[in-house]
Design a protein. Structure first.
Length: 742
């Protein structure tokens, strides 16, 4: 009895192909490639490899618009993670990816395995992970119990995996809005360090070299996870729970140490994480990139469940697994290392030169597919796109403030979950493990020391989803600019980005228009800032019952601080300092948090990205940190001017008295999110040097007040606009999210 009779696989038809996620044209193309109809196992492999999640078939045309090169780029897009040079042969390896669909179905495991997957992408390259970040989007936790449940589960999953694995979660961002109620976003970043001559890539070279499976055993969790992530959700989404993988951070820690020990020796040709589509994607991608072939003996794969079929083994997305190609003759050395770390390791195949991936089960050939068409030549769609009707309707500057009270508005903003303290989140994370974190969560950017070097790594994760909904071109630019500005606020020079592009259904022209415009805006900003895109991820089909999310192209900017001891925080450092406002406030509140939360209007003209002014500000900040003329710095972003000023008071509870001079409505000025504004703290003895440096870079400065006392006091001329006891204000600000999560 053959495999197909033994496992009772159904006959392959167009209907079966559609159930797996292939359309009619794709099914016919698969037949054309093979010169015959694929069998059931082969069809499942086509469906996984040509899914949106694995093939990027709707985005690849537009992703080519990104700049990807610079002298400091060691590895750009195309590998498991991007790599840039930091200090001589010391490199930073990093990538951000989404785990959105699984986190809605099973919040804890969905988020946990998102962290596990991105960590493997980094250490597969030979890098030891030193930091994680997360970009999170949820529904309104003040009104929606399901959103609170998802929020709590996701945060617990991130904490549970990262803390147990032993990597610090050093920062990120969290945003709440009804658009994410049934489509939460969980974007996870990992960053590691690697020596330039110790970088490993995914390749299967050398005829006869053994293919070795290492890590945890294969189970039935995650089967068809890649195709699930490539379709909209509907009312039956909860039934997809079996598609969510189950993570084991302790097993992953062992896998990390075993892989890094292995990489110290000259035993390995190539290595690849078994991520989306599991053994399928890892084997086909390694063979495709090398132009080689692979034979796999699936009955040799370690399984943790009885009776697993070849189809299930190929498409399982069980976690903590790797596929590697070793040098012939060193098999025993490889197996010995993994046995030492108590991990499964089995020789399950060999490299060939015929360009095919051939699958065997108990000696029987059960699938034979060419590697290149599945790995590199998936269908590519230049989907139609069209400006949506809402775009021009919402573009206005008509905001009325007649029914507002300034004190109540300010207090309301501070208790807005998008503005209020995120301590409830980041206090669950271990952000000090490995002792590299020198600027902790809560600041504009996170800063990591590099042991053995003077330099520091600066990271910031940013995106304003509302801006991207109202104007994706401007919103895409601002995501890049704000991330770069935040890196500069810590004194770092922005160098490169990884992005996670979260959008709705690309088959809808209005969604595709959002995607195209956001990519073009990001690309323009990256070109101007000279910050290439070195890695990333596209997450489409973030829709439920036909309703999509606000477009969210998350950007992680990585930069370098020449002297980590000269880093800056976003909090006032001492009393008696002078406060300066940098840049010109244009009173822009379109798309702002104030307009949304206080006026209930997700409308308006998005602020001008102001790239040239931001470049001046970034250049100034890098030099100002180097020259030690500033004590602290904080840019103006979500919530606007007065919120950013208050945030600087929080950590050390240092009061302020400021006096602004302006000729516009109080609300427009105080809650403006004009791009390129920043507050800086200057020691009186360094004021003259500070002003000279600002003049050199053409940065506008306005002296607005001083630090000190226990009051938060804001004036306009002789008129007191706001005056509060700072301690009471901070207490209220820090307890808001916790209040909803009790």
């Amino acid at each position: 009895m053959g495999v197909y009779e033994k496992f009772n696989y159904p006959n392959v038809t167009l209907e079966v192909a559609k159930e797996m996620g292939l359309n009619e044209d794709e099914f016919n193309k698969a037949i054309e490639i093979l010169g015959r109809k694929p069998n059931y196992i082969e069809l499942g492999i086509f469906a996984a490899m040509w899914s949106e999640h694995c093939s990027y078939k709707s985005s690849r045309v537009h992703l080519k618009k990104f700049p990807t090169d610079a002298p400091w780029v060691v590895q750009g897009p195309g590998e498991n993670a991007g790599i840039i040079e930091i200090d001589g042969d010391i490199c930073a390896c990093f990538k951000v990816e989404s785990h959105n669909h699984p986190s809605y179905i099973e919040p804890y495991q969905g988020a946990a395995t998102g962290v596990g997957g991105i960590l493997r992408d980094v250490f597969t390259m030979g890098a030891r992970p030193i930091a994680c970040m997360d970009g999170l989007r949820f529904g309104d936790i003040t009104k929606d119990e399901k959103s609170r449940y998802i929020f709590e589960g996701v945060v617990s999953g991130i904490a549970g995996y990262g803390n147990c694995f032993g990597v610090p979660t050093v920062g990120g961002e969290t945003f709440f809005h009804p658009t994410f109620a049934k489509n939460p976003l969980v974007n996870a970043l990992a960053l590691g360090l690697v020596k330039k001559d110790k970088i490993f890539k995914a390749k299967a070279e050398g005829v006869g070299n053994p293919v070795i499976y290492v890590g945890a055993k294969t189970g039935r969790d995650g089967i068809h996870g890649a195709t699930m992530a490539s379709e909209e959700f509907g009312s039956d989404s909860e039934s997809k729970r079996p598609n969510v993988q189950i993570g084991d951070p302790f097993k992953e820690k062992l896998l990390l140490e075993a892989c890094l020990e292995l990489m110290k020796n000259d035993f390995v040709v190539g290595i690849q994480d078994m991520g989306a589509a599991g053994l399928t994607s890892s084997s086909f991608e390694m063979a495709s990139k090398s132009g080689s072939g692979v034979e796999l003996y699936l009955d040799k794969v370690p399984c943790r469940e009885k009776g697993m079929t070849p189809y299930e083994i190929m498409l399982s997305e069980s976690q903590e697994r790797m596929l590697l190609v070793a040098k012939k003759g060193y098999e025993d050395k490889v197996l010995e290392i993994f046995a030492k770390w108590d991990l499964d390791a089995e020789i399950i195949g060999r490299v060939t030169d015929d360009g095919f991936v051939k699958l065997y089960w108990e000696g029987e050939l059960v699938a034979e597919l060419p590697a290149k068409p599945l790995g590199d030549e998936a269908p590519v769609y230049d989907r139609p796109y069209k400006e949506p009707a809402y775009y021009k309707e919402l573009k206005h500057n008509d905001f009325a403030f007649v029914n507002l009270n300034l004190d109540k508005t300010f207090e309301m903003m501070l208790t807005n979950p998008n503005i209020s303290s995120k301590k409830w989140i980041y206090e669950q994370y271990d952000h000090m493990v490995r002792t590299n974190t020198v600027v902790l969560p809560g600041s504009d950017a996170s800063v990591l020391r590099i042991k053995g070097s003077k330099k520091g790594i600066v990271l910031s994760m940013d995106c304003n989803s509302r801006y991207c909904y109202l104007d994706p071109y401007k919103g895409g630019q601002i995501a890049v600019i704000e991330a770069a500005r935040n890196v500069a606020m810590a004194g770092g020079r922005p160098l490169a980005i990884s992005d996670c592009l979260n959008f709705g259904n690309p088959e809808k022209p209005d969604v595709m228009w959002q995607f195209v415009k956001a990519v073009e805006g990001m690309s323009f900003a990256c070109e101007k800032l000279n910050t290439p895109v070195v890695s990333g991820n596209v997450s489409f089909y973030n829709e439920t019952d036909g309703k999509g999310i606000y477009p969210t192209p998350t950007v992680v900017m990585v930069g370098v601080l020449d002297d980590v001891e000269k880093r800056l925080e976003s909090f006032f450092q001492q009393e008696g300092s002078i406060i300066y406002l940098l840049g010109e406030n244009k009173g822009e509140i379109g798309g702002s948090e104030f307009a949304s939360y206080c006026l209930d209007m997700d409308e308006g003209v998005v602020p001008d990205p102001n790239i040239d002014e931001n470049i001046k500000l970034i250049d100034f900040m890098v030099d100002a940190a180097k020259e030690s003329v500033l004590l602290s710095a904080h840019d103006v972003s979500l919530g606007g001017l007065v919120i950013s000023l208050f945030e600087m008071c929080v950590k050390r509870r240092i009061g302020v008295e400021v006096n602004f001079d302006y000729k516009m409505d109080d609300y427009r000025y105080l809650f403006s999110e004009t791009q390129g504004l920043a507050f800086v703290e200057v020691e009186p003895s360094k004021e003259e040097k500070f002003l000279q440096l600002a003049s050199k870079y053409g940065v506008r400065t306005e002296r607005v007040g001083i630090t000190g006392g226990k009051e938060f006091k804001v004036k306009k001329g002789r008129r007191v606009l706001l005056i509060y006891d700072l301690d009471n204000l901070i207490t209220q600000y820090e307890r808001e999210i916790e209040r909803w999560m009790k």
